[in-house]
Design a protein around this ligand. Structure first.
Ligand code: URA
Length: 214
């Protein structure tokens, strides 16, 4: 079973509460997604492999460390886009590979509409970036796609997960660690006054709230 890391960093939890608030406007929402993503990625990359590198300080030579693995950031369009930039600043040598998946409104199943992955993998570690782990269908489809591509080490980074999404991703990809800021109560169903498949209490539609399209 894959590990689930729920960050309890005070900075992150403070920011998450503002993010969830429906009064938060799209500009602040985007800033918070960016900031929270950096904090989550910092924790999710704590086990990256390092290599020794010889450097010289102004005083003397010494052995330093450098990242050994090539990282791929894989945002799932469109809600994952806001997670890229902040993380990319922390690891500027990373490659960014976009995957377009949307949820069919009726079936809630993921439909792939964009992927331009090259023939062979060019990175050692793939970080799937998608803020909401709801039904888990999109995350499973993204990991399927990356594994078919040949990716060997994959991690999922999201902001909020539903227990249903965690269970589905763990069942399909027990080797993919999950990093989130919170696990919420459940998904909306047919009896709820909201469309089905949303996370409760959640934050609403992460794409609409970033792009002002709600
Ligand atoms: N996608 C969202 O943007 N929000 C949810 O609550 C679930 C899926």
């Amino acid at each position: 079973m894959s590990t689930v890391h729920v960050s309890n960093h005070p900075l992150l939890l403070h920011k998450l509460a503002i993010l969830r608030n429906k009064a938060t406007d799209p500009k602040r929402f985007r800033e918070l997604i960016r900031e929270i993503s950096i904090l989550l990625a910092y924790e999710a990359t704590a086990d990256l492999a390092l290599a020794e590198t010889a450097i010289t300080t102004p005083l003397m030579p010494m052995q330093g460390k450098q990242l050994k693995e090539m990282i791929g950031l894989v945002p799932v369009l469109r809600a994952g886009l806001g997670m890229v930039e902040g993380i990319w600043e922390m690891m500027p040598a990373a490659e960014v590979w976009h995957i377009g998946l949307y949820r069919d409104h009726a079936t809630l199943e993921p439909i792939k509409y964009y992927s331009k992955l090259p023939v062979a993998p060019t990175v050692d570690v793939c970080l799937i970036l998608d803020p909401m782990l709801a039904t888990g269908g999109t995350a499973v489809a993204a990991a399927d796609l990356l594994k078919k591509w040949g990716a060997r080490k994959i991690k999922y980074i999201g902001l909020i997960a539903a227990p249903e999404g965690i269970a589905k991703l763990q069942a399909a990809h027990p080797d993919v660690p999950i990093h989130v800021a919170a696990i919420d109560d459940r998904l909306t169903g047919a009896d709820d006054p909201f469309p089905p498949g949303y996370i409760l209490p959640g934050l609403g539609d992460a794409g609409d709230r970033q792009f002002g399209t709600g």
